[in-house]
Design a protein around this ligand. Structure first.
Ligand code: HEM
Ligand SMILES: [Mg+2]
Length: 254
């Protein structure tokens, strides 16, 4: 027990965390950003390195826990899936722009980015985002609207991009990404009978987050009180896959 106490400060001190955490600043100089609006946001706030470079597994785990209450059981595997984007042998860090490598995790049919075939797949793209927005017809987005928006982007991409691909991992992550913004900006009611009522998400916050890559604190956002674990994420994704199938074959009328 004593040994654990002694080891703790040393474990903490090896995390190279920026000192000016919290304040939002746009990327400067040689800073890099990528296709993930949340990792970009966290770099813009200085929770992740402001230059977007050299993000280690430990830093990702610490930051996502501290800022958005995500458990290591989610962030650990997520980071491990992403690590191959760094081409250096035995790399132990990631730069945000490396995440743009097509079809490792970056995939076609994104909510706010173009497919790589049409243009840069890392930066916010107004026209693409407008298609997603067209499904959010109420001040609070319900789970069914979010699912329809996700499907629509995939269908549009598949029918317009002659080189459209969606590897299995991309398809799974795509559900995870739609779940992710709801988990972070929504009010959870996971015990609700109807899947569409399990999370209610402020459209204003989501719009602000995607567009400015900034935490919507001025719109009232605070760190989620519910902790996202792997079990919660997987169950929600599975339910969303069933919902999507039902929406597509007409057995679910919303
Ligand atoms: C280690 C952690 C993470 C990694 C490695 C990661 C990686 C990625 C990558 C590679 C993409 C691009 C996929 C695409 O082509 O759309 C992406 C998109 C996305 N990520 Fe992350 N991400 C992480 C954490 C998070 C967190 C915590 C959130 C919480 C909101 C999040 C939300 C999103 C969303 C909403 C998208 C979809 C963007 C769009 O479709 O336009 N990510 N992420
Ligand atoms: Mg993409």
């Amino acid at each position: 027990m004593k040994l654990i106490y002694l080891a703790a400060p040393f474990t903490m001190s090896v995390l190279a965390l920026p000192r000016d955490r919290g304040e939002w600043m746009p990327p400067q100089g040689d800073a890099v950003r990528g296709p993930c609006p949340m990792l970009n946001t966290l770099a813009n706030h200085g929770y992740l390195p402001r230059n977007g470079k050299g993000i280690s597994r430990d830093v990702a785990i610490e930051v996502l826990d501290t800022v958005i209450n995500w458990d290591v059981s989610v962030v650990g595997p997520l980071y491990d899936f992403a690590q191959p984007v760094n081409p250096a042998p035995n790399a132990t860090t990631i730069d945000l722009d490396q995440l743009t490598t097509h079809n490792i995790l970056e995939h076609d049919g994104s909510l706010s980015r173009q497919d790589a075939f049409f243009g840069p797949a890392d930066v916010f793209h107004e026209e693409t985002w407008n298609e997603t927005l067209s499904y959010f017809t109420t001040p609070n987005i319900n789970v069914a609207q979010a699912a329809r928006a996700r499907t629509a982007r995939i269908v549009t991409a598949a029918s317009t991009n002659p080189s459209f691909t969606l590897p299995q991992i991309g398809a799974y992550f795509d559900y995870g990404e739609t779940a992710a913004y709801q988990f972070v900006f929504g009010t959870w009611n996971l015990g609700a009978d109807n899947i569409k009522d399990k999370i209610s998400t402020s459209l204003e916050m989501v719009e602000y987050f995607f567009r400015y890559e900034r935490l919507p604190s001025e719109k009232g956002w605070v760190r989620p009180i519910n902790r996202l674990t792997y079990e919660v994420l997987v169950n929600f994704v599975l339910e969303n896959q069933a919902l999507t199938q039902g929406q597509m074959n007409g057995t679910i009328p919303y």
